[in-house]
Design a protein around this ligand. Structure first.
Ligand code: PLP
Length: 427
């Protein structure tokens, strides 16, 4: 167990300077990298549990988990062992042939989805390589379903919501109605319509006979940790059934145990269950994989040749994901997530009392949590990092917390203490 290090509000972990080994490495490599990200100076080389270390051996408590990915923490012993074993056995043979692990993962995902209170009619799985790809497949499945239900070709509209994030490929981007992401790459794929998240009254005119699919995050991650209300999701699901539209829950960020239920929608009434679930991120704990879980309403309409992927479903990724589904659906772990979420919230409430002009709201569930601030969190993120804590932002002025699900009580206390120091230092 990690020792709690006493800290004061000095800078025990300042960002690497311009003449540091980190800067030398970055200066050598960055010119060869397409500049898609603005990264801070540290260069991470190692991880264990909730901690990562940089090239200069600075230690950071990681409340980002690689953006809600490393739910079992860094370097989980059994995960690493299976990775090594399977890498020595069979990594890839292509989807032209059967292997034991694509099917085993599919079966386990379906069984776990049903037994955990999620999508009660889950039936089959398509395995791919990322979240965007999972959403891309889900959108294609919805379009195909629409074509079969209405051969006139009129049923092609895909509905998604404001503040949603569904990915960066052209289809998933077209469902991500954010000018920051869409504008440089316009025109988008035709037929994508935007609605207002949690607006029950708007559903009827938004979702019509022309709608083939509706994609929605039960909890919006990138959008600022916004929770979909049960009434909204029930009404949306009912309307989808009325007009024969495929309801897709994007659980790429909020799923796989992060809220304390295996799927975030697992706590909702059965009427709110979707036809499709998309997942990725924690499904691989850092090893690239995505998956689409469908019911027979959708699965029956997808035939040989409709969709494919070279890497998706390879035995290495699937064996790892098979292990992760088992670990992340474990009852003790899920109860722990709820308990740890409470500890975070208690700490956030205290911070809110201490900085009432800064923190206006605490949002989320389990270990997907957001602190709504009245200012850009950039300075706080940097001050936290320079005190050994990694946190990320989301939406508009939201600090987002998506630590590993095995984060300890001591680590939560340590992180909250650093966060308080970081906020104080930026006042
Ligand atoms: C809800 C949601 N959907 C889709 C994606 C895209 O996943 P990927 O980056 O693996 O393509 C993300 C990534 O942040 C996400 O949070």
């Amino acid at each position: 167990m990690a020792m709690r290090v006493p800290r004061d509000a000095s800078l025990p972990n300042p960002d690497p300077s311009a003449d540091s080994p980190s800067a030398a490495l970055v200066n050598e490599h960055a010119p060869y990298m397409v500049a898609t990200y603005a990264r801070p100076p540290p260069v991470f080389v190692q991880g264990e549990g909730s901690y990562v270390w940089d090239v200069e051996n600075r230690k950071y408590l990681d409340f980002t988990a690689g953006i809600a990915v490393t739910s079992l923490g860094h370097s989980d012993a059994e995960f690493t062992n299976l990775l090594t074993q399977q890498a020595k056995t069979l990594i890839h043979a292509s989807n032209l042939y059967y292997n034991p692990w694509t099917g085993a993962l599919s079966k386990l995902l379906v069984e776990t989805t049903r037994s955990s209170g999620g999508m009660h009619d889950a039936a089959r799985v398509f395995v791919c390589n990322s979240g965007s790809e999972a959403n891309e497949a889900a959108i294609k499945f919805a379009r195909k379903t629409g074509k079969i239900l209405d051969p006139s070709g009129e049923k092609t509209e895909v509905v998604s919501f404001n503040n949603a994030f569904h990915g960066r490929t052209m289809g998933s981007l077209s469902a991500t109605h954010n000018p920051k992401y869409q504008k440089p790459f316009a025109p988008m794929v035709p037929g994508f319509v935007q609605g207002t998240y949690n607006d029950i009254n708007g559903i009827k005119s938004l979702v019509t006979e022309k709608t083939c699919g509706v994609i929605v995050e039960p909890i919006q991650g990138e959008g600022g940790v916004m929770t979909g209300s049960e009434e909204f999701l029930v009404a949306l699901a009912q309307r989808c059934r009325e007009v024969g539209a495929v309801l897709i829950y994007d659980e790429i960020q909020c799923g796989m145990g992060r809220t304390g239920t295996f799927w975030a929608h697992g706590s909702l009434a059965k009427e709110a269950h979707p036809d499709v679930i998309t997942t990725a991120k924690a499904l691989g704990n850092g090893f690239p994989i995505g998956a689409v879980v469908v019911n027979d309403f959708v699965g029956d309409k997808i035939q040989v040749g409709d969709h494919g992927t070279t890497f998706g479903g390879n035995p290495l990724a699937c064996r790892l994901a098979h292990y992760l589904v088992g670990r992340l659906s474990d009852e003790t772990l899920r109860k722990g997530v709820v308990e740890k979420g409470r500890l975070f919230r208690d700490g956030f409430d205290k911070l809110r009392e201490r900085f009432p002009e800064l923190i206006t709201e605490v949002r989320g569930r389990g270990l997907i949590l957001g602190l709504q601030l009245t200012e850009d969190p950039g300075a706080i993120v940097k001050a936290a990092r320079e005190r050994g804590l990694l946190v990320i932002t989301a939406g508009t002025n939201t600090l987002r917390f998506v630590p590993s699900l095995v984060v300890s009580e001591e680590e939560i206390a340590e992180g909250l203490e650093i966060l308080g120091e970081a906020i104080a230092a930026t006042r």
